[in-house]
Write a protein that binds this ligand. Structure first.
Ligand code: ADP
Length: 493
C-alpha cells in the first residue's frame, strides 16, 4: 500500500491560482490525506505568496544550506512551510529571490507575457524540490507531478545520480491538466537541466522539433500518466486534440489513465460558500434570487425575474470558446436573456467583449481581471452557465454550476461529456444543455433549448435540482488516484 507521496505543482489554491490546476492541487492532497496517505505538497514561493505570508500562516522551515546546481552556478534557496487550509497536510514553498521573488505565476503582470527566464525558473524549482525532499528526510513511494512545470521530475528520478538509495523504488505519476501547455524551450535549456546533451537527438525523449518539450519528457519518463477526465484521455490520443503529442501519447497508451477531478464542496457549495452573502439550497431558493439581484447590480444591469441570466467565467483564450461566442454574440443578444462574463487573458477578446457590452447596456455585462469573489457570485446568481470550450480536460465550472442550481450550456467535450447530461436527450437525468458541433449556430441552438426549458418552471426546477444533487466530491477521485498509486508502486504498469 502506498503511504508516502510527494505532490508538486506550480500553483496551489489558495496560495496562488491561475486556473483549475490550483483547485486540484489545493484539494486532492487533502482528500488523499483523509484516505490515510502521508502527502506533502511543494510549490514555488512567488512574490505574491510572500506578500500574504502572514495571512497564510507561512513560516521558515528552518533548514539551512539548501542549494542546487544550475548551469555551473550554485543557486541557494530557502524553504518555507504551512498547512493546506483546514487540514494537516504540509505544504513547503521553495524560495529564491532572484527567480521567484517577483510577482506573477507564469506571466509577467506588467507585460502579460511569459517571463523570459521561465525555463530557468522551472528547472530550478524541480531540482530544488528534490533537494528539499531529501533534506526533510522524506522517502516518497510516489512522486506525483503536474503539468509541464514539473514534468522533468520523472526524468530526474530515472536519470539523475545522487538521490538517496531509499529512493530506488520511488515511482512517478504525471498528471496532465491541460495538454495545450507543454513547456517548449530552446535546446540550450539542456545546460540548465544538466542531464547531458546525449539525450538530445532527433525524435528522442528530450527532442521536439529542435527544441525541448518538458511535457513530452514527462510523458516518456513517468511510470504512469493521467489526464483529468476519461473522455479527455481518449481525445488527446487523436490528432484533433493531441496538440502535436498524440503520437507520443498513443505510444504510451498502456500507461495512460483518465481520472475525473473532484469539487471542493467546502469552497463551492451555495449552503456554505464564504464569498456569497445569501445562502440557499433545494428547498428554498430565495437566496439564489437575492444573489441574482446582487450580481446584476455588480454588472450594472437591470433585474428581471422572468429573463434568464447566463453567466460565464473563464480565461479569455480560444480554448474557452470565446471565438464562438464572438461569432454568436449579436444573435444571442436578440434573445430574451442577459449575459455576464468574467474573464481575463487575450486582450483581443477583452476589448471585443467590453465594446460589445457598450452596444447592449441592458443585456451584456463584461468584467476582466481575476476576481475570486465575483466568480462565486456568478455561480450563485446566474440562471444558466455558459461553457463553449473548444476542448476541456476536465472543467470545473460545469460541476460548480450544477451544484449552484445553474445548469450548464456547454460544448460536449472532455470532462464536460463525462459530467453533464443533456436535458432534451435524456429528460429523466438531464442536468444541462450540450452541443456537439463546434460552431456558433450549434451554440445558439443549445441556448435556445435552454431558454425553452427555463420557461417551463416545473421542468427547469427539476433540471436544477438534479444538478444540485450530483456528487463530484474529491473522495471518489482520491480513491481512484490511490488505486493508481498502488498499481504504479506494485509495478503493475
Ligand atoms: P482552466 O483550469 O482551464 O482555467 P477550469 O474550469 O478547470 O478551467 O478551472 C477554472 C477555475 O478558475 C475555476 O475555479 C474558475 O472559477 C476560475 N476562474 C477562471 N477565470 C477567472 C477569473 N477571471 N476570475 C476568477 N476566477 C476565475
Amino acid at each position: 500500500m502506498v503511504k508516502n507521496v510527494v505532490f508538486v505543482a506550480a500553483e496551489v489554491f489558495p496560495f496562488a491560482k491561475v486556473g483549475g490546476l490550483a483547485d486540484v492541487a489545493g484539494a486532492l492532497p487533502k482528500a488523499l490525506y483523509e484516505l490515510g496517505v502521508d502527502i506533502v505538497v511543494f510549490m514555488p514561493y512567488y512574490g505574491d505568496v510572500k506578500k500574504k505570508a502572514d495571512d497564510f500562516g507561512i513560516s521558515d522551515a528552518g533548514i539551512d544550506g539548501l542549494k542546487v546546481k544550475l548551469n555551473d552556478k550554485i543557486e541557494e534557496f530557502q524553504l518555507f512551510q504551512a498547512k493546506l487550509p483546514d487540514s494537516d497536510v504540509p505544504i513547503y514553498f521553495i524560495a529564491n529571490e532572484r527567480l521567484f521573488g517577483r510577482e506573477g505565476v507564469y506571466l509577467d503582470p506588467v507585460t502579460n507575457k511569459p517571463f523570459p527566464d521561465t525555463a530557468e525558473r522551472l528547472v530550478f524549482f524541480q531540482k530544488a524540490v528534490f533537494e528539499a525532499v531529501v533534506a526533510l528526510g522524506i522517502n516518497p513511494q510516489i512522486l506525483h507531478v503536474n503539468d509541464n512545470h514539473t514534468a522533468l521530475m520523472p526524468a530526474f528520478l530515472k536519470l539523475a545520480n545522487g538521490l538517496p538509495p531509499n529512493w530506488s523504488r520511488t515511482k512517478s505519476l504525471l498528471t496532465i491538466h491541460n495538454l495545450a501547455y507543454q513547456g517548449v524551450f530552446d535546446k540550450d535549456v539542456l545546460d540548465i537541466i544538466g542531464l547531458g546533451w546525449e539525450l538530445f537527438y532527433p525524435t528522442g525523449p528530450f527532442e521536439f522539433y529542435g527544441k525541448v518539450n518538458f511535457l513530452k519528457v514527462g510523458i516518456i519518463f513517468a511510470d504512469a500518466v493521467n489526464t483529468v477526465s476519461p473522455t479527455y484521455k481518449e481525445e488527446i490520443q487523436t490528432p484533433e486534440f493531441g496538440e502535436g503529442l498524440d503520437g507520443v501519447l498513443r505510444e504510451h497508451a498502456d500507461k495512460l489513465f483518465g481520472i475525473l477531478n473532484g469539487v471542493d464542496y467546502s469552497v463551492w457549495d451555495p449552503r456554505v460558500d464564504k464569498f456569497i452573502p445569501h445562502h440557499y439550497w433545494l428547498d428554498d431558493l430565495t437566496g439564489k434570487t437575492k444573489m441574482k439581484k446582487l450580481l446584476l447590480k455588480e454588472y450594472d444591469l437591470p433585474y428581471d425575474a422572468e429573463r434568464p441570466l447566463i453567466g460565464m467565467i473563464s480565461r479569455m483564450t480560444e480554448q474557452k470558446g470565446y471565438d464562438l461566442l464572438a461569432d454568436a454574440i449579436d444573435e444571442l443578444m436578440e434573445l430574451d436573456l442577459q449575459l455576464v462574463i468574467l474573464g481575463s487573458g487575450d486582450p483581443k477578446y477583452e476589448k471585443f467583449f467590453i465594446e460589445k457590452s457598450k452596444a447592449y447596456p441592458e443585456k451584456l455585462g463584461v468584467k476582466t481581471g481575476f476576481h475570486a469573489e465575483l466568480a462565486h457570485y456568478i455561480e450563485a446568481g446566474s440562471d444558466m452557465f455558459l461553457m463553449p470550450s473548444r476542448f476541456e480536460p476536465c472543467g470545473l465550472n460545469q460541476m460548480y454550476s450544477m451544484r449552484y442550481g445553474t445548469p450548464p450550456i456547454a460544448h460536449k467535450v472532455g470532462g464536460i461529456a463525462d459530467t453533464v447530461v443533456d436535458a432534451d436527450e435524456n429528460p429523466e437525468l438531464g442536468t444541462g444543455f450540450l452541443f456537439t458541433r463546434y460552431d456558433a449556430d450549434a451554440l445558439l441552438k443549445a441556448v435556445q433549448r435552454a431558454l425553452m426549458a427555463f420557461r417551463d418552471r416545473e421542468r427547469w426546477l427539476k433540471i436544477m435540482q438534479r444538478g444540485m444533487k450530483m456528487d463530484f466530491s474529491w473522495e471518489s477521485s482520491a480513491r481512484n488516484y490511490l488505486k493508481l498509486y498502488n498499481e504504479i508502486y506494485e509495478g503493475n504498469l
